[in-house]
Design a protein around this ligand. Structure first.
Ligand SMILES: [Zn+2]
Length: 273
């Protein structure tokens, strides 16, 4: 079995509206901080104070030299939006109600949604800012000769991942229409994905069309379809073109379980026999 990584890394300097910040604590720093942490005795302030005295006297110290090669443990602190890097948007991202019920947050996404048969719809012929219509989706299904099954994980391949880390990444992609999204949900799909920055058209196209027409339907139509009918989508996937066939493979895409959150970072992987 071949495993194909469909995820982008979370990294400092990534092109995002809110740049993620990862603070790296290396092994040397880890050794120092673990030494300090050892002073603290849980539940006993007196014992901790006693340790502090011993520490000041030089009799209670875990020094870096106490660790093999002077190296402690490394760790990181991350300040980043849940929508940074490859992530799954839960129905709660789209609105408080989804399909007439309180919308699920990311920690309540059924695991059954996140592991299943994958289908790739090649939309690389669609240009920047174009809409992926229901006809586009149905024509592509006809071309690959496939009928959508319930709980299929449907991935929209736009090729926008090739612009990742370039200036135009945020707005180089086409976007899904409400009709196409709702139709896929009607076929039993609960998780969709895109290799673009967003599932909808780029922000600048939606705003321009809205200001031109005053039609609210131009604002996040695919996201807001999730208020009408329940689904989740993964944004900022990558490498969909590395999967050698449009269906007949599995996708695993479990989001990080963040309590009450609208999204979770997701390691999406294709499994090809
Ligand atoms: Zn998102």
């Amino acid at each position: 079995m071949q495993l194909i990584d469909l995820s982008l890394p979370l990294k400092n300097g990534a092109i995002e509206p809110e740049e993620p910040r990862i603070r790296y604590l290396n092994h040397k720093r880890g050794a120092f901080l673990l030494g300090l942490a050892a002073l603290i005795v849980k539940g006993s302030i007196m014992a901790s104070i006693k340790n502090l005295f011993l520490y000041l006297l030089g009799r209670f110290r875990i020094m870096p030299s106490d660790f093999p090669e002077g190296m402690g443990l490394a760790w990181e602190k991350v300040i980043a939006s849940t929508h940074t890097g490859t992530h799954m948007d839960a129905p709660y991202h789209f609105g408080p109600i989804s399909g007439g019920k309180p919308a699920r947050t990311i920690d309540n996404i059924p695991l059954e949604w996140c592991f299943g048969n994958g289908v790739i719809l090649d939309m690389r012929h669609k240009k920047q800012g174009e809409v992926i219509s229901l006809t586009d989706v149905q024509n592509e299904l006809k071309r690959i000769d496939y009928h959508i099954q319930p709980l299929d994980i449907v991935l929209i391949m736009t090729g926008a991942d090739k612009h990742w880390d370039k200036k135009d990444y945020l707005d180089c992609h086409p976007g899904m229409s409400s009709e196409a999204t709702l139709w896929l949900i009607d076929q039993g799909v609960r998780v969709m994905g895109t290799d673009a920055y967003g599932f909808d058209q780029p922000f600048k196209n939606m705003i321009r069309d809205y200001l031109k027409t005053n039609d609210k339907n131009h604002l996040w139509p695919a996201h807001l379809a999730g208020r009408v009918k329940e689904y989740a989508h993964i944004e900022k996937m990558a490498n969909l073109d590395a999967i050698p066939k449009p269906y007949g493979f599995k996708i695993a895409c479990f989001p990080v379980k963040i309590e009450g959150a609208s999204a979770g970072w997701t390691r999406a992987v294709a499994m090809v026999e």
